[in-house]
Design a protein around this ligand. Structure first.
Ligand SMILES: NC(=O)c1ccc[n+]([C@@H]2O[C@H](COP(=O)([O-])OP(=O)(O)OC[C@H]3O[C@@H](n4cnc5c(N)ncnc54)[C@H](OP(=O)(O)O)[C@@H]3O)[C@@H](O)[C@H]2O)c1
Length: 267
């Protein structure tokens, strides 16, 4: 498979190395140009390229840029083959991305991205921390393999992405259409909670649009209860997402006990 990844940060660089290690042809770009990605591609077959080169002549384009930067990369997709599968890994955190009124009003995040970039998208890898992607992937068939939700409107595109998720070391669970993809956005029971396939299906079914965090909560850290039949997710005030030092066990004001993804992995 030929894969072009736009965004060479935590997620883009990790996925690039994984796909290349599995024998795929991978191009990787960022905002600063290919010369800035020397450390990332050294010792791999990943090719550091310009933004304009990354989507050219590939089967899959992965957009892995900060949420609010997605409109900036729209023009690159005009360069991608019309039948290329396009993936969105992004999550919206208003504290980082600024307020986007349509998303604040409830538009699913990847629906908004899809409108911005003018292409159908498959949402994937957003609901797993980069640390998990880096450390917790295992071969297909291994026990307790962590599952990742994906969503999109095109079954064939989702199959390509599901296969790619397997290559990255995780099971893939189809969470429905793009408009249903709110059910694994930040703060929902599936978000960054490192669930197995069976657990993830329950967590997706347990997602509630009413309980999903609104804008005000978007700078908060999602944590998960130890049992799926409990409310599922809580939000603790933090300064931002994805900070390993903020993985703290906690009890919320209702007395619900929460464990962290870190604690869960060790258990
Ligand atoms: N970190 C996580 O644990 C995690 C987990 C799941 C999903 N996500 C989501 O996935 C997305 C990427 O996350 P990340 O942690 O990998 O972000 P990151 O480390 O901040 O990297 C972002 C990358 O996007 C590139 N970029 C920004 N604007 C660009 C543009 N106009 N053209 C090309 N490249 C551009 C940056 O280029 P430069 O290198 O030149 O600055 C950088 O390489 C975010 O939306 C995030 O919410 C993150």
């Amino acid at each position: 498979m030929k894969i072009g990844i736009v965004g060479a940060g935590n997620i883009g660089a990790l996925l690039a190395r994984k796909f290349a290690a599995a024998g795929h042809s991978v191009k990787l770009s960022n905002s600063r140009g290919p010369e800035s990605s020397g450390d990332i591609v050294r010792g791999t077959t990943v090719k550091a390229v310009s933004n304009e080169d990354a989507p050219k002549d590939v089967d899959v384009v992965i957009l892995s840029v900060p949420f609010a930067k997605n409109p900036d990369v729209a023009k690159l997709l005009a360069i991608a083959p019309s039948d290329a599968v396009v993936v969105d890994t992004s999550n919206y955190y208003s504290a980082r991305d600024g307020n986007i009124p349509e998303v604040d009003a409830g538009k699913p995040e990847t629906v908004w991205v899809s409108e911005q970039v003018g292409r159908p998208l498959v949402k994937a890898w957003n609901a797993v921390l980069s640390q998990t992607t880096a450390e917790a992937g295992v071969a297909s068939g291994a026990g307790n393999r962590i599952a990742i939700p994906i969503a999109g409107d095109d079954a064939a595109a989702k199959k390509v992405v599901a296969d790619s998720v397997h290559i990255s070391g995780f099971d893939a669970v189809d969470a429905g259409t793009l408009s249903e993809s709110w059910c694994f956005q930040p703060g929902t029971p599936s978000y960054c909670t490192e669930l197995t396939t069976d657990e993830l299906k329950l967590a997706l079914a347990d997602a509630s649009k009413d309980r999903a965090p609104k804008t005000a909560m978007r700078s908060c850290r999602p944590l998960r209860t130890g049992k799926l039949n409990l409310p599922g997710t809580a939000w603790l005030p933090t300064t931002g997402p994805c900070q390993p030092d903020l993985f703290l066990p906690a009890v919320d004001s209702c007395g619900w006990h929460y464990i962290t993804t870190e604690a869960r992995r060790k258990n």
